[in-house]
Design a protein. Sequence first.
Length: 187
Amino acid sequence: MEYRSFTPHPYYKNTFGEYYKNDTINSKNNSFKISGNHLFNKDANGVEINANYRVLPILGIEASYIHFSEKIKTGNDYLDISSLMINYYRIRENNISLWWGLGTSYVGNKVNTLGFAYNIGTEIYPFKPISLQASWKQSFINSSSVDVFKTQIKYHIKNTALFTGYHDYQLGSEKNAGFILGLEYTF
């Protein structure tokens, strides 16, 4: 396990990705990212907020919250899902990172249930200023699961990234999927 430190932001001074191979003057030992996105779907819309604090280059805490709203004949219907994950960043190279994690998810509103969750994901930095991200998270709630598959393409401008992609939420027997637009900031 070779030592890695964080760049101030992806593609900093002709580097790739978010990791340095060596400790340098501008490197950091931790990182904090916050992002938000809007899911566009013909049946239900979703607004999501994510925070990712990398305590160390190999270990991070990730919190997410999504609010779904849907218009129905009798008014509006809502569903809120929150997750808290501990992620292990196994691959930390200049142009790729890969992680997996364990944690919990909470489904609110009429469900009000906490369950076990796991995830896996990767982010690839093929060329400046683009990165590609894919992730999978499964949460076990009551006798069913909440499955989330995300693909994103990010355009990095220093500490900020604009992104779009496709998010697929399988909420028990209900599917809510669509294109997203979002913004990410790295501290």
